[in-house]
Write a protein that binds this ligand. Structure first.
Ligand code: AGP
Length: 374
């Protein structure tokens, strides 16, 4: 049943729309919200014997490629916040090219949907040689990465067929949020924050269901953008990863140049690209970066930027600039889980752009689902 398209025309479309269910499966049996007097907590069976070692690590190193790297980036700050351990990010091929420093005191976390990506596997072999504790986060039981790591967590998102990863991305973020909760579980000062995130996880599938209602709106937006050469996506904080991932989806399936940009870097180069023709998505949902993103919107508007702003429901007036901008309103969730919501309209946009431009949605040219060669 999992591998037919059901009522959908394409696997990517099906996989986008099944995210409320895939997220539920990812969290099944792992969120403990029992009894009002008991603290809410998470249970990650595959890590329980290694949590003490992870807590003693000097550094956590996230390693992945493409979408899996973006998922780790989305989770980076919540892992830092709840664990108190510095987190560094490594694109697998770059770590291997540089033979970058990896130490015995490091926990290296390998994120991969397939569990078979050659670059990630090579980075894993390298980290094992250097004595790091290696943790696997994969969607494929029995895959090479699942087998070779010391411990790990399966994301249980179900089989993903479309070359463009969608449901695995959101499940990876959720698993890494749960990883942050598990590492930080012995810190009393974080308890209220951890419980708020656990509540957020609990309600997340129904919020994703709500954001999927934007399907028609994103199709209309795709019609507007069908003939464009390029699309920029600005994000920051938790949603820098959403900008990278949204742009990756657009370029890999819709075959349109697209770039995810850290909004804090806007003035250091990208601003030169802005004119009245180039469409720019600005992610400006509510979090500690909101007022900075409002200022980015003003600055882009002052350069006549053609803006599409993603904001929190009810915030349309706070992000609208003149009559020129288009606004996408999304449901609000706890800040560190907001990337799970914000990526969905961008996945839908990439999907509809691809169909409207007449390209192959599930098998984009030149790409393979699992990249097993270097
Ligand atoms: C995702 O849409 C891409 N097809 C690609 O970036 C992918 O995420 C990357 O090749 C890593 O794959 P993995 O998660 O199976 O390791």
């Amino acid at each position: 049943e999992q591998i037919n398209k059901g009522k959908y025309e394409h696997y990517m479309q099906k996989e986008i729309h099944e995210q409320p269910e895939s997220l539920t499966t990812t969290m099944r049996g792992r969120l403990i919200r029992a009894g009002s007097c008991k603290p809410k907590t998470v249970l990650l069976g595959g890590l329980k014997d290694h949590l003490k070692t992870i807590r003693r690590s000097r550094r956590i190193v996230f390693v992945g490629c493409g979408t899996s790297y973006n998922a780790a980036l989305a989770a980076r700050s919540i892992v830092e916040e709840l664990s108190g351990i510095p987190v560094t990010m490594e694109i697998a091929s770059d770590l291997v090219d540089r033979q970058g420093p990896i130490y015995r005191e490091d926990t290296a976390v390998f994120v991969s949907q397939s569990g078979e990506t050659a670059d990630t596997l090579l980075a894993l072999e390298y980290a094992l040689e250097n004595g790091a504790l290696c943790v696997g986060i994969t969607n494929t039981v029995g895959s090479a990465i699942a087998r070779l790591t010391h411990c790990g967590v399966h994301i249980n998102a179900g089989c993903e067929i479309g070359v463009a990863s969608t449901k695995a991305y959101t499940s990876q973020i959720v698993v890494m949020a749960m990883l942050a909760l598990a590492i930080g579980a012995d810190t009393l000062s974080n308890q209220a924050r951890r419980e708020a995130i656990i509540d957020g996880l609990f309600y997340l599938p129904r919020k994703v269901k709500a954001v999927l209602k934007l399907d028609e709106e994103m199709k209309d937006l795709a019609k507007l953008l069908i003939a464009e050469q390029s699309l920029l996506v600005f994000g920051r904080g938790y949603n820098y990863a959403s900008a990278l991932e949204g742009a990756l989806k657009v370029k890999e399936v819709a075959l349109m140049h697209s770039e995810g940009i850290l909004a804090g870097e806007m003035k250091h180069g990208p601003l030169a690209l802005v004119d009245e023709n180039l469409p720019i998505v600005v992610i400006a949902t509510r979090d500690s970066c909101f007022s900075k993103q409002q200022s980015v919107i003003q600055q882009l508007h002052a350069r006549k930027g053609r803006l599409i702003v993603m904001c929190t429901e009810g915030d349309k007036a706070s992000v609208s600039v003149g009559g020129s901008s288009r606004v996408i309103e999304v449901p609000q969730v706890v800040d560190c889980l907001q990337p799970v919501i914000n990526v969905v309209p961008l996945q839908l946009l990439a999907y509809h752009l691809t169909v409207l431009r007449g390209y192959n949605v599930d098998q984009p040219r030149n790409l393979a689902k699992s990249v097993t060669t270097q």
